[in-house]
Every structure is written in C-alpha cells, then in structure tokens.
Design a protein around this ligand. Structure first.
Ligand SMILES: [Cu+2]
Length: 374
C-alpha cells in the first residue's frame, strides 16, 4: 500500500494527469468525463447516477492535502482507485461499472474511510471482455495472480514460522522474499477493503480500528528492537489475512481496465513508497518491493499485449523501451538473489531510478484509454 510520499517531488502522478480533454470513450455511451471536485472537506461528484459501461472520472484536488479517489462496490470492494492526487493536480480514472449500487470516496490526507457519496449505475452495456483479446487478457492475468498467490502463501508461511520460532536472522532473510509475492499482485490485494492495510499498513496510518499490524509491524520489531517474542499472534494474523486475500482474489472477476489501472498503480507505488524508502523504513529492503512492483506491472502489460498490439502497436513499443530502461537501471543494484539496501544508494542513483519509472509511467498511463476504446 502506498500512503504519504516522503519526497513528493518524486511522485509520477503528474504525468498521468496531462491527458485531459481527449476522453473519447464513446464505446460505452459515456458523455465526457465526470468531474470530481475534491478539497480537504468536500468530494463533489458531478453525477450520482450513471448508465452501465465505462466511465472516466476527472478528479481535481483544490485542497491543501494529498487526496485519493475511490469507487467502491458492496463491502468496500475497490472497482477503481487513484492515489496521490497532490494539491492543484487533476487525475483521471477509468472504471468499468455494471449496474449496481456503488459509493464514491475522496480521502483528503489519504487516510480514513473518506468523504462518501452514493452512485447508482443502471441499465446494461456490453462488457469490455466481450472483446476476445481482452477476455484472454483477464484470463492470462488471473493465472499470473494464482501462481503468485500460491508462492505468497508458502513464503509468508515460512516467514511466520521463523518469527514464531524466534529466529530473527531467518525471519529477516525471509521478510523481503515473502513480500515480493504480495507486492507483485498488490493491485488485486488492494481490492478487498481492510485486508491490505492489515497486511501492509504503516505505523503512522494505524487507527484504533486498524492497529499497526502485518508485515511492517514485524519488520519494526525485527530491525529496531530485535525482539519478536510477542509477535506470534501478529504473525498468525498476517498469514490468515494473506490466505483470505488469496481466496478472494481467486473468485474476483477483473475488468481489463483493472489490469490497466493496476499496471499504473504499481509504478505509482514504486515512485511514492519504494524510491523514497517510505515502505520498508526499518529494513530498507525497498528495492525488493520495487522489483516486485515492476514485475507485477510487466505481467499486467504482458496479459494485455495482444489487445494492445492490435490497437496501438506504437504504444507497445514505447512501453517495451521504457521497461528495458527500468530493468537495466535496477540491475545495477542487484546483489546475488537480492538487492542493495535503499539507504546504500546515492541521491543521484535514486534519481536515476525515479527518472526511469517516470518515463515508463507516461506510456503505461495511456493503456486504460486505449483498452476502453472499441
Ligand atoms: Cu505495499
């Protein structure tokens, strides 16, 4: 999960916002973007009822806090989200919405349940997956999620066993490995309400309802005090939560737009929480997560590739080139099976990584628009 960027300057978010005005999603009968006026105290969504289909929300943040925008289905299942909308910035979110009852939410300060409003979707529209290549994309990506999920449960189990055995050295070694599988499928893991905050939340985002728990609680104990004698229940809960995510992910039918948005979200994650060292602030193993987020983004793009080749071969070329740059930039910091610590990189080296991610985020942010077009 990605919360307050420590170094806001590195946020890639600015790039995604520059495509305003060319929202030709006539495919699903949408008539231009739905504006969302977000401030520190309000979240005005221009429409409260919509026709089924693909819609573009254009969120403008006039507040003083960084905000996020969500479209939730029942039980706070995330249909679409866009995070890190800095003050003065505007960002777009494309979401495929079948008929049903939804809620929209802005989260000024990026915490809490947000400023909510009801959104009703009526009628029916052909699903994007009626396109055979897009259907194929979601199936292929589901297989990826399944394979990563199996490894996630196994490696988290190993980590939890080491923690419960009080084996600090082994738990430290397994921590970034187990996280790799989680970070690869994070856009899917984030769909299910409180599970992601429970598994991957940070200390400064903890609340009475959601106390500091999961990977980062154990990380702190491993690296700061070295005392994990009381972490048995936290470790058990982590494994239970991971298993719940995996079970839910198996049943989740993803829209091709969720793949496209996910590919972008993962790069936002890299920019906002890994390059900055925000996420793994005690272990500094951020580059493991960085590589995993890039892998996950690459997997979503790979699943969409046949559809993208057909619609925009130029975009595919740009994306491939930009991924190659990221991979070679990252490869400089590989050590054996792992990576250098984030704190061992100079500012110039971090800037090099940041520039490569920004250059990749730009073409990746165009995928959703290309996919939504018939
Ligand atoms: Cu995360």
């Amino acid at each position: 999960m990605q919360y307050r960027p420590i170094i806001a300057l590195l946020a890639v978010g600015t790039l995604a916002a520059c495509s305003g005005g060319k929202s030709d999603d006539t495919a699903a009968g949408a008539s231009g973007p739905i504006t969302v006026k977000a401030s520190d105290t309000a979240c005005e969504v221009a429409k409260s009822s919509l026709d089924a289909g693909t819609h573009v929300f254009q969120i403008a943040n006039s507040g003083s806090k960084v905000t996020e925008f969500y479209v939730y289905a029942d039980g706070d299942r995330v249909m679409g989200e866009v995070e890190n909308i800095t003050p003065g910035l505007s960002r777009e979110l494309r979401v495929e919405l079948p008929a049903g009852a939804y809620q929209t939410a802005c989260k000024p300060g990026m915490i809490g349940t947000g400023i909510r409003a009801a959104l009703t979707v009526n009628g029916s529209a052909p699903a994007l997956t009626e396109d055979a290549l897009l259907q194929q994309a979601t199936e292929s990506y589901s297989r990826y999620v399944t394979s990563q999920s199996e490894a996630l449960v196994q490696k988290t189990g190993d980590f939890v066993t080491a923690v419960k055995a009080g084996d600090v050295a082994k738990a430290k070694a397994l921590f970034p490995v187990a996280r790799t599988y989680y970070e690869r499928i994070e856009p899917v893991a984030e769909i299910f309400g409180d599970l992601d905050p429970k598994i991957d939340g940070r200390e400064d985002d903890a609340t009475a309802a959601l106390p500091f728990s999961g990977f980062h609680k154990i990380e702190k104990d491993l690296w700061v005090s070295g005392d994990i004698t009381k972490d048995g229940p936290v470790a058990d809960q982590l494994l239970a939560d991971v298993k719940e995510v995996v079970t839910k992910a198996k049943d989740e039918k993803l829209s091709p737009l969720q793949l496209a948005n996910g590919a972008k979200e993962l790069l936002d994650e890299v920019a906002n929480s890994k390059i900055t060292g925000e996420e793994d602030r005690y272990s500094h193993t951020d580059l493991w997560d960085f590589a995993a987020n890039v892998d996950g983004s690459q997997a979503a793009v790979a699943a969409l590739r046949p559809a993208l080749e057909q619609r925009s071969p130029d975009l595919v070329k740009q994306i491939d080139t930009a991924f190659t740059t990221v991979d070679s930039e990252l490869a400089k910091y590989q050590v054996g099976d792992g990576w250098k610590l984030q704190t061992d990189l100079s500012d110039a080296q971090l800037k090099g990584l940041s520039d490569a991610i920004n250059a990749l985020a730009q073409p990746i942010s165009q995928i959703a628009g290309v996919i939504a077009k018939k």
